[in-house]
Design a binder for this molecule. Structure first.
Ligand code: FES
Ligand code: FES
Length: 182
């Protein structure tokens, strides 16, 4: 059965048709918002993390029936290739991504966490990201990146000061992290 859901998606009022059995991730990906990745599809990997009404949310287990009227932000709402969000810049500059599949979810959860806790210690960052898995990096560089992002978001001074690594120098396989997107 088809239903209509209204969302404020990345700042725009949108109406989507969806199957009653769809998840928020289904709705996003069917409508071109492919930054959120489908990993386990059971709420166990965090690859599909987006922000719903200000909270990091695993979109694969969020039924459409519960999100009508919600405000949703996806990785597509963060920086552009020429103007990365400080969390995206920090991930790039700390080499915190390899295959990139987990990165959109990591970045959304990191952004939401740093907005709540702008000056975390490493153990707080580790705990905040504990629901988001990564099969490639061993996590240490991700923790480095989030520590760095906290400093950059604290007035954005670090980004302005070092200019970051040129985006053209960074390879990315089109994972949706916002780096080198066409
Ligand atoms: S795809 Fe949603 S938690 Fe794994
Ligand atoms: S960079 Fe490959 S899964 Fe995290």
């Amino acid at each position: 059965m088809t239903v209509e859901i209204d969302l404020t998606l990345n700042g725009e009022e949108r109406t989507f048709e969806a199957e009653r059995s769809d998840s928020l991730l289904d709705v996003l990906r069917k409508n071109g918002y492919t930054g959120a990745k489908r990993g386990c599809d059971t709420g166990n990997c965090g690859f599909c993390t987006v922000t719903v009404d200000g909270e990091s949310t695993m979109s694969c287990i969020e039924p459409v029936a519960t999100i009508d009227g919600a405000t949703v932000e996806t990785i597509e709402s963060l920086g552009s290739q020429d103007d990365l969000h400080p969390v995206q810049s920090a991930f790039v500059d700390n080499a915190a991504l390899q295959c990139g599949f987990c990165i959109p979810g990591m970045i959304m959860r990191s952004r939401d966490f740093l907005e709540e806790n702008p000056d975390p210690d490493r153990e707080e960052i580790r705990a905040a990201l504990s629901d988001n898995l990564c099969r490639c990096t061993g996590y240490e560089k991700i923790l480095d990146a989030v520590e760095d992002a906290a400093e950059r978001m604290d007035g954005d001074t670090a980004v302005a000061a070092d200019g970051g690594q040129p985006v053209d120098d960074v390879s990315c396989s089109g994972c949706g992290c916002g780096v080198n997107d066409e």
